[in-house]
Design a protein around this ligand. Structure first.
Ligand code: GDP
Ligand code: CA
Length: 322
């Protein structure tokens, strides 16, 4: 069974850990070569000269055993001496949580990219250390950055997604969310091939706008995915995101923060099946098979059960299609 997963950060990484464990139980094989992850790079940012890929790193650290579990992002046993020293020099910005261990990852990435390696090759090299048990591909090697159009005291302007999300906690209304560079981007090597060869494609409960939406916005990816049997897991439970501020992204694109509205936004041309939480049982979306079950990723077993349910629904729908 070949599975492709389109992943953002925390929601994607935790789901993937569940998927890897449910597959390992069944095949006695850690899942390598079975799961290909297409990671969001729209959140990427250059700070202090360092190229930072928060979502790729969250997936890599989570699956590689190096994540800060409570926080869901960043390294375990982290210290912040570099950040303090930069602040002592008056360096800006100071709102980004750049840890010392994490900095090493960004130095390796930046150095390799300066030497001419594409992000996909850099990601593969970083994964040699972390051994995530999946094949992790960035959605593109081209520079695509999510920017958010806001109105503030400086007037209407576009700021980097990270500034809106981390610095402003998404509290300034987003007028528009723009994927800068997406129109001219190409899928990274291996992305379209992995999708074409996949038996099923799963959408974890990642942010539908700035995580999964960015990936689908790279020309060619959405059409390739839509040709497959696709099952998604709702990141919205009972009308609100489980953690984070995904509702602020949904309202910027005029989509209600409900499990049904998110499935409708993905569309029946893309999605075959949709898992909603029991709190949203009874949700109906035209052309999409909706099932309800507990969707809180509270621990390894609950998360593995969610991944198993998504995979089972995908296999069932694929057989029905055949
Ligand atoms: P980010 O890039 O770190 O923001 O992470 P993702 O885009 O991968 O995932 C963020 C989404 O995960 C948020 O919209 C949350 O609603 C969703 N999420 C987080 N934890 C859970 C959970 O336990 N269950 C479900 N269903 N969704 C979750
Ligand atoms: Ca992200």
């Amino acid at each position: 069974m070949r599975i492709v997963v389109l992943a953002g950060g925390i929601g994607g990484a935790r789901f993937l850990r569940g998927l890897r464990s449910t597959l390992a139980e069944e095949t006695n094989n850690p899942g390598s070569g079975i799961i290909t992850v297409i990671g969001n790079t729209g959140d990427d940012i250059t700070l202090f000269g360092l190229r930072i890929c928060p979502d790729l790193d969250t997936v890599m650290y989570t699956l590689g055993g190096g994540i800060n579990e409570e926080q869901g992002w960043g390294r375990s046993d982290e210290t912040f001496t570099v950040r303090e020293e930069l602040a002592a020099y008056g360096m800006r910005p100071q709102w980004f949580g750049l840890g010392d261990r994490d900095v090493a990852t960004h130095i390796v990435r930046t150095q390799m990219m300066a030497a001419g390696y594409p992000l996909s090759a850099v990601t593969e090299a970083l994964c040699d250390r972390w051994r995530p048990g999946v094949r992790l591909l960035p959605m593109t090697d081209d520079r695509v950055e999510t920017h958010v159009v806001v109105d503030d005291e400086e007037g209407r302007r576009a700021i980097h997604f990270q500034e809106w999300w981390v610095r402003h906690r998404a509290a300034i209304p987003a007028r528009e969310i723009v994927s800068v560079g997406a129109a001219d981007a190409k899928p990274a090597p291996g992305v379209l091939e992995a999708i074409a060869e996949a038996d099923v494609v799963l959408l974890p409960p990642s942010n539908p706008v700035v995580s999964v939406g960015s990936i689908l916005g790279v020309p060619g990816i959405r059409d390739a995915v839509a040709a497959k049997t696709v099952v998604g897991v709702s990141p919205i439970i009972g009308g609100a995101p489980v953690r984070g501020m995904a509702d602020a992204c949904l309202s910027a694109i005029g989509v209600a923060s409900t499990a049904g509205a998110v499935a409708g936004h993905y569309g029946a041309d893309l999605l075959d099946g949709w898992l909603v939480d029991d709190a949203d049982a009874g949700t109906e979306v035209a052309g999409i098979a909706v099932r309800s079950r507990p969707l809180y990723m509270t621990g390894p077993e609950a998360t593995a059960a969610i991944a198993r349910a998504a995979l089972d629904l995908a296999v069932e729908l694929k057989e029905r299609r055949a």
